[in-house]
Design a protein around this ligand. Structure first.
Ligand code: ADP
Ligand code: MG
Length: 292
């Protein structure tokens, strides 16, 4: 009876857009007590838009945006596309950036027209020895609106702050509610800043947030929860989520995510919606009941 039920589960799973890359995951899902979700691209659409731009004294807005977008044109982060599109909307000319480097979890840098341009989170500016204090109030209110502040430095001077907003997926809130109703705890982890993360979490009804973590930090958070005796699934979409997907009891990739995330996962949500996690756990509980 066991194999039949699992095959049935598998057929039903395909209908629901849940793909099992590791067969045992179907049995194991029912034991999950905590679901840890990545923010960008998992809870949110992962298609941010440029919403705000403020230049520091001595810099022009278009000047800052053109320099930043030239560097972002070489990056694959969802933030990059938002900024490049924002520059295109203003019809700015983007010079070719040289010596591009990505510093995972912090930001990116390159040389543009002989100027050294760095773009990223506040901690990236701090790493470069720059204070973002002059933008503290602006950044705080951007964060409270669920927007992500991005800082730019040019030749060792803080040049401005930009913001991108990434709307939540329509079904995220419903999925979180369903998981909580099933007795499953939901925790959000993200590399994004605390205020932004908490604003997004509020929008979808998540009350546990681990923010401002590097990719290793996601693994650490999962490791700690597991040590506390939780059986957990991690849901993510990005290159930076691959280690966490491997560390969790069950790794669940968003099907519209990166290949690396999908290859690191046990389960793939083809439709890309968090409601797929609800179906997957529900199915596991149902199938296991049939087998017994
Ligand atoms: P997550 O996908 O969990 O939000 P990441 O580790 O990809 O986290 O990014 C963490 C932070 O690093 C971002 O919120 C952003 O502030 C900064 N960052 C990363 N890549 C870029 C980029 N291409 N441009 C600007 N900032 C970036
Ligand atoms: Mg992500």
């Amino acid at each position: 009876a066991v194999p039949t039920s699992i095959v049935v589960g598998g057929g039903r799973a395909a209908e629901l857009g849940v793909l099992f890359r590791r067969g045992e995951a179907l049995q194991e899902l029912k034991t999950i007590s905590t679901v840890v979700v990545d923010k960008t691209g998992t809870v949110t659409k992962g298609r941010p838009e440029l919403t705000d731009l403020q230049a520091a004294d001595g810099f022009g807005e278009d000047e800052v945006l053109a320099l930043v977008a030239s560097v972002e044109a070489q990056s694959e982060h969802p933030i990059a596309e938002a900024i490049v599109k924002g520059a295109e909307a203003r019809r700015l000319t983007l010079p070719q950036a040289k010596n591009f480097q990505s510093v995972t979890g912090y930001g990116i840098e390159a040389e543009v027209d002989g100027r050294q341009v760095s773009v990223g989170a506040d901690r990236f500016m701090e790493k470069l020895g720059l204070s973002v204090g002059q933008f503290a109030d602006v950044a705080a209110s951007l964060g409270d609106e669920g927007k992500t502040p991005i800082y730019a430095a040019v030749d060792g001077r803080l040049a401005g702050v930009l913001a991108v907003a990434d709307p939540v997926k329509a079904s995220s809130r419903e999925a979180i509610k369903a998981l909580e109703d099933m007795g499953v705890d939901v925790v959000m982890v993200t590399g994004d800043n605390r205020r932004t993360a908490e604003a997004v979490a509020r929008q979808v009804g998540i009350d546990k947030v681990v923010a401002e973590v590097l990719p290793e930090g996601k693994v650490k958070a999962i490791h700690e929860l597991r040590q506390a005796g939780r059986r957990l699934a991690f849901v993510g979409d990005g290159i930076n989520d691959a280690p966490a997907l491997a560390e969790a009891d069950i790794g669940i990739a968003i099907g519209t995510g990166t290949d690396i995330a999908i290859e690191s996962a046990d389960v793939v949500l083809v439709g890309g919606e968090l409601t797929g996690v609800v179906s997957a756990i529900g199915m596991s509980r149902a199938v296991m009941k049939n087998i017994k």
